[in-house]
Design a protein around this ligand. Structure first.
Ligand code: GUN
Length: 285
């Protein structure tokens, strides 16, 4: 039987609608949630992401400040710009779009974001709190993946979950969040032996490896939930995931498409985090 496609558009719209309702409540109390996004340089993919975030803010009633800095901006200049925004009490969330130009240290930039404004969930404090299960901002892509799995009604508890990829932004935190849902988690990466066999055991497969159609039909267990985090620009100029979508639709029970899947949920979760940041900075739950 063909799998069910998990519709990121519908799910993201639901999440954003919930945020928009809460934003109305906050505004009635005189609080206008505000997200500041800094982009350095003109990476076209980054520009598209930043434009998307601006649009999402508009839909949710969140104020959006977008600062586009030239490619030649120095690290010092970027840190100065960030310092102004971190000191501004009307700015609740601060995000610096990655990747940054090579002459700027991503580590130094991330560490300059105060944890309470770190709506990406990238700072060491938020990563640490997530790891030990304390309240924190969850990184948006992994949090979006979990919401998508939850939307299927399939319980993660006790299931074999396999994460392909070990990046700090997706693979590692996705594994931790699956663990928090009581899944039995395996992380596979470029050095993993018997990768296909391991994937075949997965009741839940999260692909975040950055290679077009890396996950073929023979790597998917019958009835699995397949979450495709990949966004790869194919030779045809179109966006493709890390999963062979047609093959996955034949084997799995649920599959996320690309585009129209995880990417939209990532953006929706950023709105959730920005709302949360505005509440926390105004001592609201
Ligand atoms: N670049 C690609 N994805 C992301 C993200 O989630 N946050 C930031 N800041 N940069 C990114």
């Amino acid at each position: 039987m063909a799998a069910v496609k998990i519709d990121g558009k519908v799910l993201a719209a639901q999440v954003k609608e919930e945020v928009a309702q809460e934003v109305i409540r906050l505004k009635a109390r005189g609080i206008e949630p505000c997200l500041a996004v800094i982009q350095v340089g003109n990476n076209p993919a980054s520009t598209a992401y930043v434009n998307g975030k601006e649009r999402d803010c508009g839909e949710c009633g969140i104020k959006s400040l977008v600062l586009r800095l030239p490619e030649k901006t120095t690290q010092e200049q970027l840190l100065e710009t960030m310092a102004k925004l971190t000191a501004d009490p009307t700015v609740h969330g601060l995000l610096v779009q990655l990747p940054l130009p090579k002459h700027i240290s991503e580590e130094a930039v991330i560490e300059a974001i105060p944890p309470e404004k770190d709506v990406d969930g990238f700072t060491p404090i938020n990563v640490g709190n997530m790891t030990i299960g304390k309240p924190c901002f969850l990184p948006c892509t992994p949090a979006g993946c979990i919401r998508m799995i939850q939307s299927t009604g399939v319980s993660m508890a006790g299931k074999q979950a396999v994460v392909l990829g070990r990046s700090n932004i997706v693979g590692k935190p996705a594994a931790l969040l699956l663990l928090r849902e009581n899944a039995t988690v395996t992380i596979c990466h470029s050095k993993t032996q018997n990768l296909k066999e391991i994937c075949r055991q997965a009741d839940i497969l999260v692909a975040a490896i950055g290679k077009e159609a890396f996950v073929t039909g023979d790597m998917i267990k019958e009835g699995a939930v397949v979450i495709d985090v990949g966004i790869n620009r194919g030779a045809d100029g179109k966006l493709h995931g890390d999963v062979d979508f047609a093959a996955a639709m034949e084997k799995a029970a649920y599959v996320t498409p690309v585009p129209g899947g995880v990417g939209l949920m990532t953006r929706a979760m950023l709105m959730v985090n920005t709302l949360q940041a505005a509440k926390l900075q105004n001592s609201m739950k």
